[in-house]
Design a protein around this ligand. Structure first.
Ligand code: CO
Length: 295
């Protein structure tokens, strides 16, 4: 015959077992779905440049009001500069690990890079490795950078043409300054030049570190015999490269070098992620990413 104390113990043990089974079911069987968006950019240490990211985030919230949005930067250099100022930004791997910890089961990772170059390759590798992580997300999808397939480049070029200031007259040139790279994806820059030429011969794409460079841009400008040039960054943010290499007061900036050739130069310091037209293209990529995630 059992005493009351023994009965109470038995009940406690049974209750604990039942609770344990219940929790196991909710953790494996009917696990709740939680979707999150991770925006991944190169990053910038310039506070005024990051306003373009803020604008883009606002657009993402408008499009996906019920989905949590987080950020990661692919540039370790930018992250370490920001860390010294007390601003701790995650790498893509850190952000994804935190999202797993916080119970996100489906993650849309959206690249805010312009071309599928080194930064995008790195991000793609991180995303692929999270597909192998035990107890990792159920599904994780990576969204395309600005330039990718033919129709993406076409849409992006049309958006870039909308970013040109209205004050620009048809006989004035527009130079978009991209980053440029040793990566095979550098081919997008001369490619984009070709797409521009289909609509407007006086719109030119060049790069700081790749091909075509300022030398080739100058040759095109000479053939066009223009007087005024509008200079715009072909970058998500108008950070270090745009503020110094493109529009800086130093003699080797594009602005100074073009002025030395006798042109009247008008730089526009606005990052593409902060413009309505180009943000629209990135948002359309994110919509495709989320759609793929949910199907
Ligand atoms: Co650079």
């Amino acid at each position: 015959m059992k005493t009351n104390i023994e009965m109470m113990r038995l009940r406690t043990v049974l209750l604990t077992l039942l609770l344990g089974v219940g929790m196991a079911i909710s953790a494996h069987g009917s696990k709740e779905k939680k979707t999150g968006i991770l925006l991944v950019a190169f990053g910038s240490s310039y506070d005024n440049a990051r306003e373009a990211y803020s604008y883009f985030e606002k657009r993402v919230h408008e499009e996906f009001p019920d989905t949590e949005v987080r950020w990661a930067y692919t540039s370790n250099m930018v992250r370490s500069i920001l860390k010294k100022r007390g601003f701790d930004m995650d790498t893509p791997a850190e952000a994804l690990a935190h999202m797993c910890d916080d119970g996100f089961t489906r993650i849309a990772v959206q690249s805010l890079h312009v071309i599928p170059g080194d930064e995008y390759d790195y991000l793609k590798q991180v995303v692929n490795s999270f597909r192998q992580v035990p107890k990792g997300p159920e599904k994780i999808v990576l969204g395309k950078p600005l330039f990718f397939l033919h129709h993406d480049v076409e849409a992006s070029v049309q958006a870039l043409l909308k970013v040109i200031p209205e004050e620009r007259k048809p006989n004035e040139a527009v130079v978009f300054m991209g980053h440029g790279t040793e990566h095979a994806a550098n081919i997008y820059y001369p490619g984009v030049n070709y797409y521009f030429s289909q609509t407007d011969d006086l719109v030119i794409a060049g790069t700081v570190e790749g091909f075509p460079g300022l030398k080739e841009v100058k040759e095109e400008l000479r053939e066009a015999s223009v007087k005024r040039i509008w200079l715009l960054p072909l970058m998500a943010v108008a950070g270090d490269h745009a503020q110094n290499d493109m529009a800086g007061p130093e003699a080797d900036s594009w602005k100074s070098q073009l002025e030395a050739e006798g042109y009247e130069v008008h730089p526009v310091l606005k990052g593409l992620a902060g413009t309505q037209a180009v943000a629209d293209v990135w948002i359309s990529h994110l919509k495709e990413t989320v759609h793929e995630l949910e199907n």
